[in-house]
Design a protein around this ligand. Sequence first.
Ligand SMILES: [Zn+2]
Length: 196
Amino acid sequence: MDKHAGAVSELVDQLGRLPGVGRKSAERLAFHLLRVPEAEAIALADAIRRIRSDIRYCQACFNLCEEELCAICRSGDRDTTRLCVVEQPRDLMSLEQSQAFNGLYHVLLGRIAPLDGIGPDQLTIDALVDRVRNGNFSEVIMATNPNVEGDGTSLYISNLLAEFPVQITRLARGITAGSVLEYANREMIADALVGR
Ligand SMILES: [Zn+2]
């Protein structure tokens, strides 16, 4: 039998589905939300609603944004000759926080993972090739994660881009092989960019 009232129990269930949140944490969060000022709790609910209704992918780079183009693509201050290819929007965020890169990005929205049934067609690789074909990039930096699937994805894309007059580089291994970009710290990412 559930020991919580219906709505609390429902919230605990929902929170408990989030990655890394166990039953105990879900209960702690639910009771925290009951204690904070109502406006604060509602702001969280609104933020969740907004990311599902307002957020979409940038039409150029597939970063998350609320307009047709993301802030990076709209900015006039970026180096448009350098393109950094990442797997996910959160990787882009990690690289931005390192402040070591001022070019443009391309988000693949995943990586080639044959074992999970994810092939090149499910990623934004066609759009990437079009961008490189039509843009004036001199360097494409492959910043996929340094693991088997990330390396495979990088190699696949490098082969596709070989016909274009761009230099293709890879993040230096300042980021330990097997680790994930998302969790790398700012200094490690900056080192990997500088040492590419
Ligand atoms: Zn963009």
